[in-house]
Design a protein around this ligand. Structure first.
Ligand code: PGA
Length: 247
């Protein structure tokens, strides 16, 4: 059995008070999931402090592809590890769309994270136009292949994949469980082509308008191993409900 992961991606939202509120809301929640909060960089040190002895993990939203040097505004893998970060998002669609991160750069970030033992959460997904053109799996495979070619298929054993249809992010219109399941199954098939064992163990999260009302049916799908939750992770009680659905 693959354990669930529920990750709360705060994007450029939240503050120290929210870290504490989330911790309190999750205190007595029963779940079968590894739960993590992915706050903006500046809150990472307080997150690790506030979450000490809670079982909650901390992730970052971005990482530099470079180890160190003259890269103003960037944060390196070692720095993230220093402040207690165990996971990092790479290739979130907002990074791709707003900051021009292409598959090759995303692959370099994936490698930079793994070099220091941070688990990359590789985000993949299609736009509405790409879906309507029947190109969903082409787009996703291109992202997966860029990483495979740069880092090797074995690197996926120490990574997580998040399927996030771009049209579902922040829109309130989630993919139906059946639509998401179909893509997750295709991603697993892609993995199986290269490594059967990987296909069985790879954790694939769904992201895009996950809410307390759709979480249960999404997480009930055989190839969906949890969720990457944006907006709903900013409401501690709602996030706790979602976490409770992962059993
Ligand atoms: P959303 O965001 O849950 O607000 O749609 C998900 C994400 O961007 O990771």
């Amino acid at each position: 059995m693959r354990p669930y992961i529920i990750a709360g991606n705060w994007k450029m939202n939240g503050n120290e008070a929210l870290l504490i509120a989330v911790r309190e809301a999750l205190r007595d929640i029963e779940t079968g999931a590894r739960v993590m909060i992915i706050p903006p960089f500046v809150y990472l040190p307080s997150a690790t402090q506030h979450f000490r002895d809670t079982g909650l993990s901390v992730g970052a939203q971005n990482i530099s592809a470079h180890e160190e040097g003259a890269y103003t505004g960037e944060v390196s893998a070692l720095m993230l590890r220093d402040v207690g970060c165990h996971y990092v998002l790479v290739g979130h669609s907002e990074r791709r769309a707003l900051y021009g991160e292409a598959n090759d750069v995303v692959a370099q970030k994936f490698i930079a994270a793994q070099k220091v033992g941070i688990v990359p959460i590789l985000c993949v997904g299609e736009t509405l136009a790409e879906r309507e053109a029947g190109r969903t799996m082409d787009v996703i495979e291109a992202s997966l292949e860029a990483v495979r070619q740069a880092a090797g298929i074995a690197s996926f054993h120490k990574a997580v994949v998040a399927y996030e249809p771009v049209w579902a992010i922040g829109t309130g219109v989630a993919a139906t469980p059946e639509m998401a399941q179909a893509v997750h199954a295709d991603i697993r098939k892609w993995a199986a082509k290269h490594d059967e064992g990987l296909a069985k163990n790879l954790q694939i999260l769904y992201g895009g308008s996950v809410s307390s009302s759709n979480a249960e049916s999404l997480f009930g799908m055989p190839d969906i191993d949890g969720g990457l939750v944006g907006g709903a992770s900013l409401k501690p009680d709602v996030f706790a409900e979602i976490v409770a659905k992962a059993r």
